[in-house]
Design a protein around this ligand. Structure first.
Ligand SMILES: [Zn+2]
Length: 170
């Protein structure tokens, strides 16, 4: 016995009409499509022991299976291509989000440092109140925050440059 014919009813979970049912009535193992004609031993198990059934692959079965196999291979390649494109798009979107975030932070920090350079105490007070309200009344601690800001600006500039290079290459 080879393929099920179109008129026969396939078992509910039969993978495809190109899978082979063996000669054993008790066995429901779907043997993989074969692209070469011949007689094959069933790979199924009946009551825990290897099935003794066989199945015949005719030249036309083999030809049809070869077509099915290459279509499956194509379909899988197409699917994995789609998945890769999807992942790449998700990664690119995440990079864009990070870039936007870094650039916003960078703009804020630069504004604070500029205010410091210009002696704009009001602006700095506002910034300190937002990030560390306790330090508002201890101006000697503002200095620590400003040093930290300078380091942050360097770090963010490096991250922005890296992301910009990355998006240029993709
Ligand atoms: Zn079998």
């Amino acid at each position: 016995m080879g393929f099920f014919s179109h008129t026969e009813k396939l078992p509910g979970n039969w993978p495809s009409r190109f899978h082979h049912k063996c000669t054993s009535k008790k066995c429901t193992y779907p043997n993989s499509p074969q692209a070469a004609e011949g007689r094959y031993v069933c790979l199924g198990k009946v009551n825990g022991s290897p099935c003794k059934g066989t199945y015949e692959v005719s030249p036309s079965d083999a030809k049809a299976a070869a077509g099915w196999i290459s279509r499956e291979v194509e379909r899988e390649a197409e699917q994995s291509k789609k998945l890769m494109a999807h992942l790449q798009e998700a990664r690119r979107r995440k990079d864009d989000e990070h870039l936007q975030l870094y650039q916003n932070e960078l703009a804020t920090y630069k504004r604070v440092l500029q205010a410091d350079a210009e002696g704009d105490i009001r602006f700095i007070r506002q910034y300190i109140r937002d990030i560390d309200s306790v330090a508002l009344f201890e101006p000697e601690r503002w200095h620590t925050h400003l040093i930290h800001l300078r380091e942050e600006v360097l770090r963010l500039q490096r991250l922005v440059r890296e992301l910009q290079l990355k998006t240029m290459n993709t």
